[in-house]
Write a protein that binds this ligand. Structure first.
Ligand code: AMP
Ligand code: MG
Length: 338
């Protein structure tokens, strides 16, 4: 399959390109598109054959449900049985934006989209191109991240092309994704609201609106064994570069370098003044804010692979705000934490 890739202007998305892309969706095909979190691989969420193509292109296991993206709140009524009052509060504050909400689903939503669950995950993205594209498609769009399964999520169109060239017909190139991490997922189908995945909206921001929320144990300990793939990475390896990743919690970079003298090493750190003496470091990435780290972490994983780095050392990350979301992704990618 030939993969078409077309650049689209953020503020004034070219109508003709969005039309071309939406025609693929109308013909039961998949299209990769930018959002403020990461690039998504979209298809008509209400059509089984279309959604199947997402799973095939990504080689994604079929028991891993998809997030359904909408461009208008009124689309919710077709998809969900009820909208609890707490959902209204969250939608008022965070939609459009990087928050995915899990509702009880209506029958119209096919099993393949929700991996057989009686609930459905829904998000309204804030990215101007994503909103206009979904609107043009005139159907809700199921979309996981547009990477090959288990690779780091794509935050520029080139990443999508590297993973899915020849497997999908169309990529909308909207430049960089602002946030660089996937959405936060909150489940409102149980008695108490529960965060299943930390992401672009912080837990603190959510608690400011609806009070204390529960955290699924995989939020802080994503590698802990769980029975079902309720949230991403809970069951499967995710977000991994080819290189071994070590996350530092208590140890020091020097100690790890000493043990790995013969390896090609890359370092990612929030310490701007970090200096390494007595060792050759292939790639040193010093980020000056947690927002920049969130924006760049998946891209850096991919770049380190491009440089054939064998060991990526991720320096300490504070466990608060966006740091919780970044730590969740790095822990999933890490071989170990020390
Ligand atoms: P991603 O793979 O980044 O698109 O994330 C989608 C994730 O949302 C899936 O891996 C699921 O774990 C989670 N998800 C989607 N639908 C549901 C649902 N109905 N119940 C619980 N989690 C869901
Ligand atoms: Mg993903």
């Amino acid at each position: 399959m030939n993969t078409i890739i077309k650049k689209v202007n953020y503020d004034n998305p070219e109508e003709s390109i969005l039309e071309e892309a939406s025609n693929f969706i109308k013909n039961n095909e998949v299209v990769a598109f930018p959002t403020e979190t990461v690039y998504g691989l979209g298809a008509n969420a209400l059509d089984e054959n279309s959604v199947l193509k997402i799973f095939e292109a990504k080689a994604r296991p079929s028991d891993n449900p998809l997030i359904v993206h909408i461009s208008k709140i009124k689309q919710l009524n077709d998809l969900v049985c009820e909208i609890p009052p707490i959902a209204h509060k969250l939608m008022d504050k965070f939609w459009p934006g990087a928050l995915t909400i899990i509702f009880k689903k209506k029958e119209l939503v096919p099993d393949i989209t929700t991996a057989g669950r009686d609930s459905v995950a829904i998000r309204m993205p804030s990215h101007n191109i994503a909103l206009k594209f979904i609107e043009k498609c005139n159907v809700p769009i199921a979309a996981p991240s547009a990477n090959s399964f288990s690779k780091p999520s794509p935050t520029i169109a080139k990443h999508v092309y590297e993973d899915l060239n020849g497997k999908i017909p169309f990529i909308i190139d909207g430049g960089n994704c602002n946030i660089g991490l996937e959405s936060t997922i909150i489940d409102l189908t149980q008695e108490k609201p529960m965060i299943l995945r930390p992401g672009g909206i912080t837990i603190e921001e959510i608690e400011n609106v609806i009070g204390k929320v529960e955290l699924h144990k995989s939020v802080l300990n994503p590698k802990e064994k769980v029975d079902i793939a309720k949230a991403p990475g809970m069951k499967y390896k995710h977000y991994s570069p080819n290189a071994t990743v070590i996350l530092i919690e208590n140890s020091t970079i020097d100690k790890i370098i000493k043990r790995n003298k013969n390896k090609k090493i890359g370092i990612i750190s929030l310490n701007k003044n970090l200096q390494i003496n007595n060792a050759k470091i292939e790639k040193m990435e010093l980020l000056n804010s947690i927002n920049n780290l969130s924006h760049d972490i998946f891209k850096l994983f991919r770049e380190m692979d491009d440089h054939n780095i064998e060991l990526i050392i991720v320096d300490k990350i504070p466990s608060k705000d966006l740091g919780i979301s970044i730590l969740n992704r790095v822990k999933k990618a890490a071989t170990h934490i020390e």
